[in-house]
Design a protein around this ligand. Structure first.
Ligand code: PLP
Length: 389
């Protein structure tokens, strides 16, 4: 079945599936062999070569979801990200990254690149000009992540892609927060799309995986490094991920809807000072988001007014769980100050606009009324204790 002729949810449910010729089962059988007889000299199947039957089938589905020619799946999002960056950067090269990127990616760059003689620059504001200003003769890669964590700021994907093409620079995007449901960067001119499949692609908080999508040629360049780094995904998890993606479209559309309703509702509460959601007209990057996103996603952040304690608020929630991860069908919340951005100094956090009252909310598929009720009862409880002090 060609991906050009079928719609998103049909790709999710069917594309790439392995036919069970023997028993006519409804779903792809799982092949756990690490050893396969030679079909001919060119096909040497081995899990670390990213070419078991289940791996190949799932890669077709993921490539189609992102409208790319080809893809590879990895044992984690970071395995996909590190392998891909190292496939396009060598000693003496320079990479430009936006400042607000996933903490693990920042650690990879800050802790590993200097050892390998790779130069890097961060861009603090997200205007296209600020990327342009950092371009050097040895710049090989521009790396973006939009919407960003935790303030959901937006980079103009097409503008960055055009800038990079002019300078023959390869572009990469971490598309985890948007998911392929809401944003397809390849259509906007980006060369390489990365995902932590641990998040929306998996969607049930029970899988660690990563993916990269691009042209056949670029995927082959990444594969040459990937087979040496050895970050392939176990076929059990490949199968789990195939199953999870069947409901990707349904899950994320529901999460978009819930997040939009909650963002608008939170925006009206007196105890909340600011809501960060690209779907709100008040979001500083709303216009760019509207131009490049098909939906605004399930992630939002909000700030409690001064005097209300974010960690006490989290403890009083009954339905919404405190959790480091995100994008599951269940709603989760965290305080960036206490978790993802705890290693920064208070000044650095302030500079990035991350205040102590900020909470990052991964909106699930629950009934929105129940989520609202949970937030209201937690606010009431912490307001009583705030009065007592
Ligand atoms: C979680 C995450 C990653 C890293 O993925 P792992 O699967 O944990 O290795 C990368 N980017 C973003 C935006 C993430 O949320």
């Amino acid at each position: 079945m060609s991906s050009k002729k079928i719609g998103f949810n049909t790709i999710c449910t069917h594309l790439g599936e392995i036919k069970d010729e023997q028993f006519k089962g409804a779903v792809s059988p799982i092949y756990l062999s690490t050893s396969y007889a030679f079909e001919d000299v060119n096909i040497k199947r081995y899990p670390r070569y990213f070419n078991t039957p289940n791996q190949e089938a799932l890669c077709k589905k993921i490539a189609a979801l992102e409208k790319g020619e080809s893809s590879l799946i990895f044992g984690s999002g970071m395995a996909a990200i590190s392998t891909t960056l190292f496939a396009f950067l060598k000693k003496g090269d320079h990479v430009i990254l936006q400042r607000a990127i996933y903490g693990g990616t920042a650690n990879l760059v800050n802790e590993e690149f200097e050892k390998h003689g790779i130069e890097f620059s961060y861009v603090d504001t997200h205007s296209t000009e600020s990327f342009q200003e950092k371009i050097q003769p040895n710049t090989r890669v521009i790396y973006i992540e939009t919407p960003s964590n935790p303030l959901l700021s937006i980079v103009d994907i097409n503008a960055v892609a055009i800038l990079a093409k002019k300078h023959r620079i390869t572009t990469m995007i971490d598309n985890t927060f948007a998911s392929p449901v809401n944003q397809n960067p390849i259509e906007l001119g980006i060369d390489i799309v990365l995902h932590s499949a641990t998040k929306y692609l998996g969607g049930h908080s029970d899988i660690l995986a990563g993916a990269v999508i691009s042209t056949e040629k670029k995927i082959d360049q990444i594969f040459q490094v990937a087979k040496n780094f050895g970050g392939s995904l176990s076929d059990f998890t490949v199968w789990m991920l195939e199953r999870s993606i069947k409901t990707l479209g349904l899950r994320v559309k529901r999460q978009n809807k819930n997040a939009m309703k909650l963002a608008k509702w939170l925006n009206k509460l007196d105890d909340i000072t600011t809501v960060y959601y690209p779907g709100l007209k008040s979001h500083p990057d709303h216009k760019v988001a509207k131009k490049q996103m098909k939906g605004y996603g399930g992630m939002l952040s909000f700030e409690l007014r001064e005097g209300l304690d974010a960690s006490k608020f989290q403890k009083e929630l009954r339905l919404i769980k405190s959790s480091m991860s995100l994008a599951g069908v269940e709603s989760t919340i965290l305080s960036p100050t206490l978790t993802s951005h705890a290693l920064l100094t208070a000044e650095e956090r302030e500079l990035q606009g991350i205040r102590d009252g900020l909470l990052r909310f991964s909106v699930g598929i629950e009934e929105k009324e129940d989520l609202m009720q949970d937030i209201l009862q937690a606010l009431e409880k912490i307001k009583i204790t705030a009065l007592q002090h």
